[in-house]
Design a protein around this ligand. Sequence first.
Ligand code: FES
Length: 193
Amino acid sequence: MTDPRHSGTEAGGNAPLSASIPMAGGSSRLLDAPLAGGSSRPWDAALAQQIIDGFAGQRGALLPMLHALQGCFGCIDDAALPLLARSLNLSRADVHGVVTFYHDFRRSRPGRHILKVCRAEACQAMGADALIAHIKDHLSVDFHETTADGAFSLEAVYCLGNCALSPALILDEKLVGRVTPARFDALVAGVRS
Ligand code: FES
């Protein structure tokens, strides 16, 4: 079953890798979602406000705003919460509650490489739990954490649409199936080299 805390960008493995973000004034900008922490922009309150203003008047704007902010800055900076709350006439607690409810939203900048491992049924049936245990041990991280060297952020996803080749993961946008611990180690070694 799909985890309801999944806000939609990763479900089915079709996470948008870029988004056309409406900007205040009617223009739009293409902001690439960060595939690695180093490709996201440093926090910029003025730019964040521009992004938020681009969704002004849109129904259900909070989630698109959050995705756009994370796409730009790599995470939802604490400083974004009051901007969002003011724009949407919500309390900061309301915004904080949404940000923390959905696993998709990061509270800190991600590592240079994003590793998303499928935890849904088909992958579980093919050994995902053992693979995940190996990954956590190999990288010394848990889900929603980044390795001490800033290289890898580990995230959970719920079906990548690759069930026939499970267990599956995505490493830096690349879908990989039939992942074994040995294959995972080789993937990581290849990225590190
Ligand atoms: S359950 Fe479908 S790819 Fe993992």
